[in-house]
Write a protein that binds this ligand. Sequence first.
Ligand SMILES: Cc1cc2nc3c(=O)[nH]c(=O)nc-3n(C[C@H](O)[C@H](O)[C@H](O)COP(=O)(O)OP(=O)(O)OC[C@H]3O[C@@H](n4cnc5c(N)ncnc54)[C@H](O)[C@@H]3O)c2cc1C
Length: 382
Amino acid sequence: MSKQQLVIIGNGMAPGRLLEHLFDAQGAYDVTIFNAEPRVNYDRIMLSPVLSGEKSFDDIVIHDDAWYETHGITLHRGQKVTQIDRAAKTVTSEGGITAAYDKLVIATGSQPFIIPVPGHTLPGVLAYRDLDDVDAMKLAAAQGGRAVVIGGGLLGLEAAAGLKAQGMEVTVLHLMPTLLERQLDPTAGYLLQKELEGRGIEVRCGANTKAILGEDKVEAVELEDGTVIEAALVVMAVGIRPSTALATDAGLDVGRGIVTDAAMRTSDPDILSVGECVEVDGRVYGLVAPLYQMARVAAATLTDTAAAFCPCRDANQAEGHRHQPVFRRRFRRWPGPRGRGPARCRPRHLSPRDPAGQPRHRRRAARRCGRRRLVQRIAEIG
Ligand SMILES: Cc1cc2nc3c(=O)[nH]c(=O)nc-3n(C[C@H](O)[C@H](O)[C@H](O)COP(=O)(O)OP(=O)(O)OC[C@H]3O[C@@H](n4cnc5c(N)ncnc54)[C@H](O)[C@@H]3O)c2cc1C
């Protein structure tokens, strides 16, 4: 019996994990992947060590060329899918490649949000999402000068630390009065700021970006209060939006993300979706662990096995996972409270997207982790 055709759009961490489960279950599919990025599947979480120079791209590859070959996967690199024809059951890329599917998985992830201030399209204004962004930052860093990072969340602070490690002067602009306000209370945020400043990273909280200035490339950032900060590079780390345009154009149900049921099926039963692009039960997720749970469920659905994504328990725990690799990486010498180790200090309340991240939880989490040590260790980023 000939195998069914499985086409996957996007080659991020979620579909990579889906395929591992599918092959474990010996799912009978011929797999074709289209990826807008011109590369194999890699660990996006580890981009910061690549930026800081601690790791190379090869160190963070999840599936190398040999893996695709072993599993007989056709990987179209640098081929952004521009159309899904649900009637014909085909997808077509901007390079003109068309592939027929029996089952389709949309795993287009997210796009970084760029604040549409004047000058945001100038060369030298970057997001922080993929290897191309990291390469561009390193290239800019080689020229020296000042980098302005807009956004004092974890991603922004990781970018700031990486750029500092690359030898740039760095200013972090943060709209809110204190850093990491969703994770830390104001005292902890203030202490973190002081710690970062002690390490040579300038931090301006309550800073509202008015415009990015420059003729042919970025030259400065202007704040609402009239302050002008010279900048050779601007990195925006101010949030992400699920990539849903393709699904919308194909007439699938789309809300904040591509709407799926708990089995990861979209409004078209032959089309599944996994990853940051998904909205399930009214929620979208920006952390690897819930996406991995989606991947497991989608693989089960593709092999006609009953499974359901359960955002209530695993995914909530999982949402804290956003910090797990970061915290593990950054806090590896940290003994943790009562010597129980850093894993104890992975409070789920610290998810940047967790609507349940109420102040009471944050306070409790900050206490549990030992506020001062938390601040010190975060400041060791880079
Ligand atoms: C610097 C950084 C650090 C992070 N740290 C952590 C962390 O510590 N912990 C944590 O849990 N999470 C972290 N995250 C978030 C985590 O990396 C993401 O949640 C996860 O990678 C999302 O996986 P995904 O497969 O949904 O999408 P993505 O990894 O975004 O992959 C989507 C892929 O689809 C491709 N694509 C999009 N549209 C198309 C199209 N039309 N055709 C073909 N291909 C397309 C894109 O090019 C991309 O390669 C971090 C993210 C970044 C950027």
